[in-house]
Design a protein around this ligand. Structure first.
Ligand SMILES: Nc1nc2c(ncn2[C@@H]2O[C@H](COP(=O)(O)O[C@H]3[C@@H](O)[C@H](n4cnc5c(=O)[nH]c(N)nc54)O[C@@H]3COP(=O)(O)O)[C@@H](O)[C@H]2O)c(=O)[nH]1
Length: 900
């Protein structure tokens, strides 16, 4: 039971309890509040740390509640979407934020579409990873994680660059297979010239098994530094300038060490903003085309060299170098076959060891002389695969060993007529046969080398012919000037003499005319080689033409006697008989000498003076030596004066005629006279026609002078007849110039008419050489003269070039054997041969033959014995005046002067 006190006390106790409880409650609340504050502070600190932390991560992050309100987002999120952080407040709806993004151009889609999309992925169970392609071109990767309360957390990462590389990588992966099929090099490089994409061809040639091994490498990892620098420099320029490089030829060395010519094209790569972010390259191996081009242009160049007469050594060297540039491990060599046809001489071997080429220079060809000597000998290619074991090289193995050549393929170089000109050889340091390409190049080289060598030989021949006499092989006039000038320079420098010797063979023409040109040629050759034997190798013997020679005695002691000794040697050598079958030909020489410096300072002066001296030798009866004397040349001035005098001589009546009788050898009676002109100069005295007739010819004065002779001879002949002397023929010499005058016939007709002389008493003497100048014209003029009744004879017969066939057609009555054949008739077999040949020729052609210059009984006896018809000469009478002839004929009529 409950009492009052107990109730009160119970109530008091309740009050105290309540107070205590309330105190406790207050205390508990305060504790709680403190704790709560502490907790809140802790939480706030955590929240700040969290915010700081999420603000510093590289991804954007955002939290949304179930009502699509923003709880939290970091700074990166604001950055990614281009919204100022101040605008992004907690509590903003997703729709608001999307509006901001649309406005900033950083939305992937329109607001409604985006909201729908966000809600759909938020309603899915798990997280969603997706990429948003923003309107501004960036790619954002978003991982959306729904929360159990219906809100969500999402991270946003800008993966634009990554996406690009991913594209590249994925494209690369798909392209790789494709580009690996391409045989050319294909690659992509970044802006640092590092390979990003490489095809198999490029990787393999640069020693990489897989193209991926090349990624990240640069040219410095593939090529020599210099080449790599060049590539980098050009690529950097291309990347900077943005201009492509098209088909540039570049030389590289690949991993195997082989050199290659590439035609490279490099094009800059541009992104959407047109910025250059790399380059793509493609390179095509043009080594073969380049070699073919080089071969073609090298070939053309070599042919041009040949055509422009470049030195043979240069042509051959170029040729060998061209071949070597086309091949690897090949050393070319050209050896030339010597003129003796037995030895090989160095031609060109620019890459062979010099000691080796020196050692084989001059090697004799033969059946077992390595590759080259054997090829030249056999006239066929000799392919030695291994020098060490091939028996052909047995004798040369030790020679070649130090140089390491192991195979040698030699092919003869042939002329177009198949003559061996040399050999072309390819040496290799490996034991092998030639490849097809090498064989083709061997064919090409031997052909071109053949052309070059043949051309050189032809040029040498032409040069030799231009400077030498073909008959004797002696230098000719062209070379004379050069040699003489050199000799003068030398003599000038060392105080020596140069002797210039003019040599003219005496009566050479006779040999030619009587025994034929072959005999003449043999005589000239024999005489030429004898002259060469008489002088030193440094002297020069020149044939000027015909029977004229010049000897230049080089580096002479200044001593005329020593020069004379050499000349006497030459003279004696020339005079030695030359045996031609049964004939023993003998000739003599008229020699004139002029010495530098006494007789002339120049080549021309020395030659002119030596010539003048030679003429003096001729004048003095031939077969002698004359040293030049200044007075010889006064003849030039003399000639000039004479010419002036000659012009007036006719008007002044200074000419006169002498007559030389011609005698019939059988009856001994005079039947004709030859009219011979004389010039009686008032102060110079009697001048020989030998001196003035050539001058009259040269000046044309011979025409009026010849006219005067014709008239005077006809007049005198008629006068003799009128004086009662027995009628006879008067012979008048007609010179070449006169004969060519178109009105010669009229002149003759006039002379006969004026003098009232019957034509049959006039005979015209024409020289053989005059007739032969123009046979047709001569024959027609002779026919015209003959039809007048005038007789014609051929003077100086034997000294010209009449052919028998031509002679038959000449309307001539007589042949006159030149007196040069009569001079030594008794002693000289040749003269005898000529004289008797002319006599028998006359008999055959039914022509009378007269010998002129007959002086001795022996000559007369020979002529009679050989049935010569007539003679003229000092033996019977010298040329005499007209009165002298009258006296002589009167005596003859009285029976006192015949030859019997
Ligand atoms: N166009 C003309 N030419 C003429 C004329 N008159 C002469 N000539 C030619 O001049 C050359 C020299 O003549 P010339 O000095 O008169 O000599 C002649 C004779 O004197 C000489 N001869 C005669 N017999 C002998 C002899 O026994 N011994 C010897 N040493 N000489 C002799 O021969 C000359 C005659 O020669 P050719 O005429 O060949 O018969 C001479 O070429 C004359 O032709 C003229 O008017 N016109």
């Amino acid at each position: 039971m409950v009492t009052k006190s107990s109730k009160r006390s119970a109530e008091a106790a309740d009050q105290a309890g309540i107070t205590a409880l309330s105190k406790l409650a207050v205390a508990a609340y305060e504790d709680l509040e403190r704790e709560l504050k502490a907790t809140i502070a802790t939480l706030e600190a955590q929240a700040r740390r969290f915010e700081t932390a999420i603000d510093n991560i590289s991804q954007g992050i955002c939290f949304f509640d179930v009502a699509e309100r923003l709880i939290l987002c970091n700074r990166r999120y604001a950055e990614i979407y281009g919204i100022s952080p101040g605008k992004l407040q907690a509590g903003m709806t997703l729709a608001d934020i999307i509006e901001h993004r649309v406005a900033a151009g950083t939305s992937a889609m329109e607001s409604e579409a985006y909201l729908a999309f966000a809600r759909s992925i938020n309603s899915s169970n798990g997280s969603t990873n997706w990429t948003a392609e923003l309107n501004d071109g960036r790619t954002i990767q978003i991982i959306h994680q729904p929360m159990p309360d219906g809100g969500w957390i999402a991270t946003h990462e800008d993966i634009t660059e990554l996406a690009a590389s991913r594209v590249m990588v994925s494209e690369r992966v798909s392209l790789q297979a494709l580009i690996d099929w391409v045989p050319d090099y294909l690659w992509v490089k970044d802006t640092e010239s590092r390979f990003v994409v490489v095809n198999k061809a490029l990787a393999t040639d640069h020693g990489r098994h897989d193209p991926s091994e090349m990624i990240g490498l640069s040219d410095f990892d593939l090529h020599a530094p210099e080449l790599a620098r060049q590539f980098r420099a050009s690529e950097q320029a291309l990347l900077r300038g943005g201009q492509p490089m098209i088909d540039k030829e570049e030389f590289i060395v690949d991993a195997s060490g082989a050199g290659k010519w590439m035609s490279s094209t490099k094009v800059p790569l541009r992104n959407a903003e047109n910025g250059v972010f790399g380059l793509v390259g493609i390179a095509h191996d043009i080594t073969q085309r380049k070699l073919a081009d080089d071969l073609r242009s090298g070939q053309a160049h070599i042919l041009e060299m040949i055509a422009t007469s470049a030195p043979l050594e240069e042509v051959l060297e170029r040729l060998v170098r061209l071949i070597e540039s086309q091949l690897s491990d090949i050393f070319g060599s050209v050896l030339l076959l010597d003129a003796d046809g037995a030895h090989l001489r160095h031609g060109a071997a620019p890459s062979l060891a010099k000691d080796y080429t020196d050692a084989i220079d001059g090697i004799r060809i033969g059946p077992k002389v390595g590759s080259c000597g054997t090829a030249a000998y056999r006239r066929e290619p000799v392919i030695v695969i291994d020098i060490v074991s091939d028996p052909l090289w047995e004798d040369f193995r030790d020679l070649v060993r130090p140089y390491g050549y192991r195979s040698c393929w030699s092919t003869p170089i042939l002329s177009h007529t198949g003559v061996v000109l040399g050999v072309f050889a390819m040496y290799s340091k490996t034991v092998r046969e030639p490849t097809k390409a090498e064989s083709n190049l061997i064919d090409f080289t031997t052909r071109i080398a053949g052309i070059a060598i043949e051309r050189k030989l032809a040029e040498d021949r032409i040069h030799f012919m231009a400077n030498h006499d073909t008959l004797t092989g002696l230098p000719n006039r062209a070379l004379l000037g050069d040699r003489l000038s050199q000799a003068i320079l030398y003599a000038q420098r060392y105080g020596r003499w140069v002797s210039v010797v003019f040599i003219d063979l005496d009566n050479f023409k006779l040999v030619n005319d009587t025994l034929g040109h072959n005999a003449g040629d043999l005589l000239l050759k024999a005489v030429a080689s004898r002259m060469v034997e008489c002088v030193r190798a440094t002297d020069t013997v020149v044939r000027l033409g015909g029977d004229e020679f010049v000897v230049v005695l080089f580096d002479q002691e200044p001593n005329a006697e020593l020069v004379a000794e050499t000349l006497q040697k030459i003279r004696a050598a020339v005079a030695e008989p030359v045996h031609l079958g049964k004939h023993h030909l003998r000739t003599t020489a008229s020699i004139g000498v002029a010495n530098y410096p006494d007789d002339g300072a120049t080549a021309d002066a020395l030659l002119a003076n030596a010539d003048a001296a030679m003429y003096r030798a001729k004048e003095l009866g031939r077969d002698n030596v004359q040293f030049y004397a200044p007075e010889f040349n006064s003849s030039g001035h003399e000639r000039f004066l004479l010419q002036e005098e000659l012009r007036n001589a006719l008007a002044r009546g200074e000419f006169t005629l002498l007559y030389q009788p011609q005698v019939d050898l059988r009856s001994g009676h005079v039947f004709a006279v030859e009219a011979l002109i004389r010039w009686k100069h008032p102060s110079l005295g009697l001048i020989s026609p030998i001196k003035f007739i050539p001058l009259a010819e040269e000046t044309g004065l011979i025409v009026p002078i010849g006219d005067w002779v014709l008239h005077e001879a006809c007049r005198q002949n008629k006068a003799w007849q009128d004086d009662g002397l027995p009628p006879m023929v008067v012979c008048v010499n007609v010179s070449a110039r006169q004969f060519k005058e178109s009105n010669l016939i009229n002149r003759v007709v006039n002379a006969l008419k004026d003098c009232d002389l019957e034509a049959k008493y006039l005979e015209l003497e024409l020289t053989e050489s005059l007739i032969m100048q123009n046979v047709d014209m001569a024959v027609s003029t002779m026919n015209a003269l003959q039809s007048l009744g005038v007789q014609i004879s051929i003077d100086d017969f034997g000294t010209g070039y009449s052919s028998l066939s031509a002679l038959k057609t000449f309307p001539v009555a007589r042949l006159k054997i030149d007196k040069s054949f009569i001079n030594d008739l008794v002693t000289d077999e040749n003269d005898q041969a000529v004289a008797s040949a002319v006599i028998s020729l006359g008999q055959k052609l039914n022509l009378r033959v007269i010998a002129e210059g007959v002086e001795t009984n022996d000559q007369v006896a020979f002529l009679r014995k050989n049935n010569c018809d007539e003679m003229q000469g000092y033996h019977f009478s010298k040329p005499v005046s007209a009165q002298g002839i009258a006296k002589l004929l009167n005596k003859e009529q009285g029976g006192h002067t015949s030859m019997e």
